[in-house]
Design a protein around this ligand. Structure first.
Ligand SMILES: CC(=O)N[C@H]1[C@@H](OP(=O)(O)OP(=O)(O)OC[C@H]2O[C@@H](n3ccc(=O)[nH]c3=O)[C@H](O)[C@@H]2O)O[C@H](CO)[C@@H](O)[C@@H]1O[C@H](C)C(=O)N[C@@H](C)C(=O)N[C@H](CCC(=O)O)C(=O)O
Ligand SMILES: Nc1ncnc2c1ncn2[C@@H]1O[C@H](COP(=O)(O)OP(=O)(O)OP(=O)(O)O)[C@@H](O)[C@H]1O
Ligand SMILES: N[C@H](CCC[C@H](N)C(=O)O)C(=O)O
Ligand SMILES: [Mg+2]
Length: 486
């Protein structure tokens, strides 16, 4: 592609060198540069891409996109921009022929419920014969192809490549999770979203955003790049504020909720151990629905997905067919199959709000005790650790605090941060660093009718300890222990 075509819509400060050249690829990591590539230098959080220019040039970079001043390099075109991450997003879109311009991209943001909601959207659309791509925490999916997800929302270069691949496979619709990191770091800059969805906003990621206002503002960015509709949960305090802020935009605003008067809402809600039933009300239709995951949070996720389908013009029967056939999402309030008399639930609750929702849901149907096994991720928000300790303590009969993904942190130091919160409650607890042994303890002490919640890692099949990634799957480990112990 000609460099000028690649740079369309990029805000350029100055250029040095030949602008009449063809480039064959883009990289933002010097180690991935090949001959005739553009290397985009990103000033990162850990290091600075400008430090790797020599390596990039050695590997064949013919164009550098950067923010800092550097000395001219023979045979290399230098393009200085205001913001390299944004430039990367725009050139990536250009390089892959702006796929999202002719696609229906549905972006879902919010602290909790993104993965679940995107899976629900995909299911309803596919039950109605629309091929829907998926980008999110568990994996990236295009028809039968499934790619491992390194980030919930990948970097713009990978993202735009996925969109192009979808287009090539005639998949013109995609449900994607839009993390606050991706909005703040411009991974999604330049994407033409048809619909944006806001689920909720609660404590998380303060290590990165610093304040809840920054966190909210990052999330809100999504609603300024949508063309058809913004769908907002107005029962959420921040959702309510965002809805108020964006009502001035040309994009249609559709609200959903249960408590406040919303356009799409649920009434007559019944929650059981195996699911919920409710009456769906929209301005166009009303009817009874059943879902297979319990908890009020599940009703909210269903409403979010339904509101998307409502905006896309689906009728009640089409929505019912899709929403009622969802079997559940991996690691989201998933019961571990076993032949014993103890119920074990694996759930991806890794925020205080998610843990509270999961435990409150269990409380509604448990006949014995609640035993909770959980930890917190290392190199992530530390503020949520005591909060999660307190929540688990308040809502459980017994807790085992253990390791999640400690990453570069000391596992027992993370556990001690959690302990500060649990100490504020009267809950009995134990601290066991080894997650497998923690799960074993829960199973050992459990009695008939108890429910064990294994929280925090959901679908994950690994554990990150230091710089090692070991196999670890909560569901499999629980089943293995059940076989050993019973
Ligand atoms: C905090 C965060 O989001 N960091 C992201 C950020 O990394 P960074 O700014 O630290 O990058 P860096 O390591 O300083 O490197 C700077 C630049 O130098 C380049 N480099 C580096 C070394 C080298 O030899 N050569 C070279 O060119 C790097 O490729 C990079 O372009 O930019 C990188 C490139 O896109 C991302 O991979 C990285 O995500 C890391 C892996 C991460 O863990 N992110 C998590 C927190 C995240 O994004 N999570 C959200 C979900 C959160 C939620 O639950 O809502 C997600 O969307 O996944
Ligand atoms: N609408 C909701 N409100 C509050 N909690 C929820 C909601 N939906 C799901 N949860 C809880 O949050 C956990 C994570 O759900 P899900 O994976 O759908 O969220 P996510 O936003 O994709 O999370 P992540 O930021 O890690 O990608 C679930 O296991 C459940 O405990
Ligand atoms: N998307 C979340 C996932 C957290 C999952 C938890 N198991 C952990 O590793 O902290 C994050 O990156 O903060
Ligand atoms: Mg997710």
């Amino acid at each position: 592609m000609k460099i000028n075509e690649l740079l369309n819509n990029v805000s350029i400060i100055e250029t040095i060198g030949d602008m009449d050249i063809d480039i064959e690829g883009i990289a933002y990591d010097s180690r991935k540069v090949k001959n005739n590539y553009v290397f985009v230098c990103i000033i990162g959080i850990k290091t600075d891409g400008h430090n790797y220019i020599d390596q990039a040039v050695k590997n064949g970079a013919k164009v550098l996109i950067l923010e800092k001043n550097i000395a001219p390099i023979e045979g290399v075109t230098i393009i200085k921009v205001e913001n390299s991450r944004k430039a990367l997003a725009i050139i990536s879109s250009n390089f892959f022929k702006n796929p999202t311009k002719s696609m229906n991209i549905i972006g879902v943001t919010g602290t909790n419920g993104k993965t679940t909601t995107t899976h629900l959207i995909k299911n309803v659309l596919e039950k109605n014969d629309v091929n829907c791509g998926l980008i999110g925490t568990i994996s990236y999916q295009i028809l039968d192809k499934e790619y491992k997800a390194n980030n919930t929302t990948p970097e713009s270069l990978e993202l735009q490549k996925l969109f192009q691949e979808m287009k090539d496979a005639n998949v013109d619709t995609c449900a994607m999770e839009v993390s606050s990191h991706s909005l703040e770091l411009d991974r999604v800059a330049g994407i033409n979203y048809k619909i944006g969805v806001f689920t909720n906003l609660t404590a998380d990621h303060m290590d990165f955003h610093k304040t809840i206002e920054n966190y909210k503002n990052a999330k809100a960015k999504l609603f300024y790049q949508t063309s058809l509709a913004n769908i907002i949960n107005i029962d959420d305090k921040y959702g309510y504020e965002i809805a108020d802020e964006i009502k001035k935009l040309n994009t249609k605003l559709v609200t959903y909720g249960i408590n406040k008067k919303a356009e799409v809402y649920a009434e007559d809600i019944c929650i059981f151990s195996k699911g919920c039933s409710f009456t769906l009300v929209t301005p166009k239709f009303k009817g009874k629905l059943k879902i297979t995951t319990p908890g009020m949070f599940s009703v909210y996720n269903a409403l979010a997905a339904i509101a998307v389908c409502y905006v896309l013009g689906y009728n009640f029967d089409q929505i019912k067919k899709g929403i009622e056939s969802v079997k559940g999402v991996s690691g989201r309030f998933e019961t571990v199959e076993n032949t014993g008399d103890v119920t074990i639930i694996v759930d991806y609750s890794h925020t205080p709000d998610a843990l509270e929702n999961a435990l409150n849901t269990i409380k509604q149907f448990v006949e014995g005790k609640i035993i909770t096994v959980f930890g917190c991720g290392g190199d992530r928000d530390k503020i949520k650790r005591p909060m999660m300790g307190e929540t688990a303590g308040k809502l459980s009969d017994y807790c085992i605090i253990t390791s999640d993904n400690p990453r570069s942190e000391q596992p027992d130091a993370i556990i001690k941060d959690i302990e500060v919160g649990i100490k504020k409650t009267n809950c009995k607890y134990k601290m066991i660093v080894d997650r497998k042994e923690a799960i074993r303890e829960a199973i050992k002490v459990s009695e008939s009718k108890d429910i064990i919640l294994i929280a925090g890692k959901g679908h994950e099949t690994y554990q990150i300890i230091g710089d090692k990634i070991i196999d670890f799957d909560d569901k499999k480990v629980a089943q293995e222990i059940l076989r050993e112990e019973r």
